[in-house]
Design a protein around this ligand. Sequence first.
Ligand code: 5AD
Ligand code: FES
Length: 329
Amino acid sequence: MNKHEIIELLNNDSKNDWLFNEADKVRHKNVGDEVHLRGLIEFSNICKRQCKYCGLRSGNKNIDRYRILKDEIILYVKKAVDMGYKTIVLQSGEDDYYDADKMTEIISEIKKYDVALTLSIGEKTYDEYKAFKKAGADRYLLRIETTDKKLYKEMHPHASFEDRVNCLYNLKSLGFETGTGCLVGLPNQTIESLANDILFFKELNADMIGIGPFIPHQETPLAKADKGDFWLALKVMAITRLILPDINIPATTAMETLNPNGRIIALQSGANVVMPNVTSTEYRTKYEIYPGKICINENPQQCRGCIEGKIKAIGRTISTEKGFRKFSN
Ligand code: 5AD
Ligand code: FES
């Protein structure tokens, strides 16, 4: 599919059913009917960055900040392992408290368990990424957010688009399974730039892609902006499945925030991964990237049961494996 064809599909809703169905078939053929569950630990909501869309941005003073330290992280890992999770995802704001030494200690401790480990802790130096890999981390998530350089600058006035791209290529070259993705519906974002985002995923040969609609947060400069469109986000995700047939694609929490059946619709339109939260309820309300996040009042057991039920109800199974990319190269 070339850029022109992607733009055509994104602009035109008459082929949506065909697209979602096609993405579902490509998912079935390439990665099968198993859904991989990744146990998500949001271990710090402290962030030094100022992303205009994000509720965790350092400029937000109206938020209760927390850090979960190593021993407590390991408690959640143990619980997740007992519940059957085969992948742990450690996510946080860009919090310099967790320097390379602290992170490598946490990574080594987690890798004593039989799990794959994904990090999602932001932009770091090549040497830091290398240390994480050496300590045993398997995967890394770092969304490009948008490939429109002008929009990138607007959304992150203090950051550099080139730095972010470099981080992604560094992660790839170090042998991480590398995940990226974008927001759909940022103010002034064009359809053409979404097509470029998809082509960027292909160019990078990303191993995982997370797509979510933008949801305005009241304590950010974008408080009054319009929210993104669920169906447009779903289309970007489905086209990504067609273009990168064998990768892992999560049904994102942001999708379910805008549509009560969002994750199941996504699983039937190209997605094959869900990332339930495995931390306790007290932290969930505080990790407010955007408002209305689902599962705020549920505990890890409830989420596990809930999502298992939904997945089985659509005739899919829960994977008992770590769920690496099938044909990665
Ligand atoms: N709405 C939706 N998604 C958001 N993210 C950050 N802020 C928002 C928002 N307001 C996404 C970013 C980030 C991921 C962890 O959360 O894409 O990479
Ligand atoms: Fe958390 Fe459904 S996954 S309540």
